[in-house]
Design a protein around this ligand. Structure first.
Ligand SMILES: Cc1cc2nc3c(=O)[nH]c(=O)nc-3n(C[C@H](O)[C@H](O)[C@H](O)COP(=O)(O)O)c2cc1C
Length: 335
């Protein structure tokens, strides 16, 4: 079995080790979502030792903006800044992917007016009531993701990750709690997954066969009546059929944490393992990892293919380099 230190090749891209910097909003972009010097610095130092760097969720449309200083990918004039960012990450030897997001019902009303969502139902934990998106607007959202993906590739990224987790627009479509539609986008799973599958199919076409397509999937809402891991397994298989290379496993409406498991290292790893068994495509596991030897173990045991470490790397920009050193020492002593 490979270790944390071993490379993995996916669609011709060699990822030098199994450590991933997962997408994490920094709030360092400019007012229109522009790349800033601070943002470049943030990624520069964190790209030195991770194999794969997934840049934070960037909004594909002004209507999908979630926070004030969120990174944007909604307009062509943002491409030069994004190109600088991609070059910085790749210059450090990491594979560079950028996450594309539409905030849906979680978009900030102060920034976007009334947010749009599958149905006029508040996202659990949020007080405002979004407006139900029309079918014409659904078609527009598809185009917005496609255009954003085109910009990412023009900027020089190795690929894109579609944000389908954490209760944002695509995760809202999957969940029976937020999707009460009666048309072909609501009701049975086949309908609830229609929009993300449309997007994935079109994005694969626009980025071409040489680029990476990742999908961050909310595998469970962890709520009564919500999206379940059994549905996630079916959905994951369909995503792979449509051209997704890697499933990045996280939460749905429950967000990036799993209720009751916050203190368990690797809390989404068992879910990632389950998806992996089903789809036979590489998966990323995540959740509360702080110990480099734990990160190595989940790879060595063949449970998952890549392991993402978020907050530990936000707090300590050197975490990845130190982790690789620690694992090298451990493996050296063992051999
Ligand atoms: C400050 C912060 C911002 C985040 N922003 C994003 C994001 O933009 N997209 C996303 O998919 N997840 C986001 N997440 C979730 C992380 O990618 C990760 O899944 C989560 O923090 C759990 O991993 P960890 O315990 O190693 O931090 C964010 C998390 C934090 C702490």
């Amino acid at each position: 079995m490979p270790t944390l230190l071993d490379p993995i090749e996916i669609r011709g891209h060699v990822i030098r080790n199994r450590l991933v910097l997962p997408p994490m909003g920094t709030g360092l972009a400019g007012p229109r979502g522009e790349v800033t010097d601070e943002l470049i610095k943030h990624y520069d130092v964190r790209s030195r030792c991770n194999g794969l760097v997934i840049v934070e969720h960037s909004y594909v449309s002004p209507r999908g903006k979630v926070t004030e200083n969120q990174l944007g990918i909604w307009s062509d004039d943002l491409i030069p800044g994004l190109a600088r960012l991609a070059k910085t990450i790749k210059g450090r030897g990491a594979v560079a992917v950028i996450q594309l997001n539409h905030g849906g019902g979680k978009a900030n009303p102060e920034l976007v007016g009334t947010p749009i969502a599958p149905s006029s139902v508040p996202v659990p934990g949020f007080e405002w009531v979004p407006r139900e998106i029309t079918r014409e607007e659904i078609d527009e959202v598809v185009e917005e993701f496609v255009e954003a993906a085109r910009r990412a590739i023009e900027a020089g990224f190795d690929g894109v990750e579609i944000h389908g987790a954490h209760g944002y627009l695509l995760s809202e479509f999957l969940s029976p709690i937020t999707n009460k539609r009666r048309d072909e986008y609501g009701g049975p799973l086949e309908n609830r997954m229609r929009l993300p599958l449309r997007i994935v199919e079109r994005v694969r076409r626009v980025i071409g066969s040489g680029k990476l397509l990742l999908y961050r999937m909310g595998v469970t809402d962890a709520m009564e009546g919500g999206f379940t891991v059994e549905e996630a397994e079916v959905f994951a298989a369909r995503l792979v059929e449509r051209g997704v290379d890697v499933i990045d496993v996280s939460g749905g409406l429950c967000g990036a944490e799993l209720p009751g498991k916050e203190n368990v290292q690797g809390y989404f790893v068992p879910y990632a393992e389950r998806i992996r068994r089903r789809v036979k495509a590489p998966v990323i596991g995540v959740g509360g990892v702080r110990d480099p030897l734990f990160a190595n173990r989940v790879i060595e045991e063949g449970r998952i293919d890549l392991i993402a470490v978020g907050r530990a790397q936000l707090e300590d920009a050197e975490w990845a380099c130190r982790a690789l050193e620690a694992v090298k020492k451990y493996l050296g002593g063992r051999r």
